[in-house]
Design a protein around this ligand. Sequence first.
Ligand SMILES: Cc1cc2nc3c(=O)[nH]c(=O)nc-3n(C[C@H](O)[C@H](O)[C@H](O)COP(=O)(O)OP(=O)(O)OC[C@H]3O[C@@H](n4cnc5c(N)ncnc54)[C@H](O)[C@@H]3O)c2cc1C
Ligand code: FES
Length: 240
Amino acid sequence: MNKKKWGEYEIAGNQEINKNIYEILLEGENVDIQPGQFVNVRIPNQFLARPFSIADFDKNQIHIVYKVVGRGTETLSKEKVGNNLKVLTGLGNGFDLDEKTTKPVLIGGGTGVAPIYYLARKLLEKGIDPRIILGFRTKEESIYLEKFRSFKNCQIAYESDHLLVTDYLKENNYDYFYACGPKPMLKAISELTEIDGEVSLESRMACGIGQCKCCSTETTEGMKTLCKEGPVLKKRLVKW
Ligand SMILES: Cc1cc2nc3c(=O)[nH]c(=O)nc-3n(C[C@H](O)[C@H](O)[C@H](O)COP(=O)(O)OP(=O)(O)OC[C@H]3O[C@@H](n4cnc5c(N)ncnc54)[C@H](O)[C@@H]3O)c2cc1C
Ligand code: FES
């Protein structure tokens, strides 16, 4: 059971790392955070807290990579180092690290690459060196390329070079997949691969804790709230 907890976090960094894409470092209590989980960040002057995936987590520092798409993320991008933000941690079901896989492939697209990094790091800690495929529209939208350099087996597909992550998936030397990114990408991966896997889905969210039902999604096993029973769902559960 995930322990949900509001905490006061100090901004230790908030930097533009590529065009309109920022990395914010939030320092606070040392909590238990699993790859694929997300946090709700209360942004000044915004009624609803905004959900963001964990890009990395170390001791008491949460890393989030976010794209500026509207008023909330615009305001967040202007927050200064040293300011405090309220953050609700322990949200969602993350990636399943207990899956019996020895040759997993990790696929990330756009800002969906961020949670794939934390997952890759956790798998490496377990002695599994995963194969990684990252996809971006253009080089200007890429993230974390330096960080992924520490992984032996990492390929990058830029749409601007007429390459998609699925072009690299055609070789069949993996036994499980983990994916996060735009829905059409996740659908294409699920349809192309015969192996089992899991995908992190996005939806508009409000409460983030399974109460308002605004993130309810139809699955092969009935309705599920993506904030509580997701955002990561097994491939067989997803109704595309
Ligand atoms: C579980 C989860 C994890 C997420 N992780 C990240 C992350 O790591 N990095 C990141 O950049 N973003 C992430 N998002 C999306 C992020 O929450 C939204 O971009 C953010 O809330 C937008 O706030 P805003 O006020 O700037 O935009 P708004 O003014 O609220 O919206 C601006 C535009 O973005 C669209 N939009 C807003 N939220 C979503 C959403 N959840 N899904 C699809 N479209 C949306 C709106 O339809 C609108 O067109 C995640 C969302 C979820 C549900
Ligand atoms: S956001 Fe309220 S139930 Fe999921």
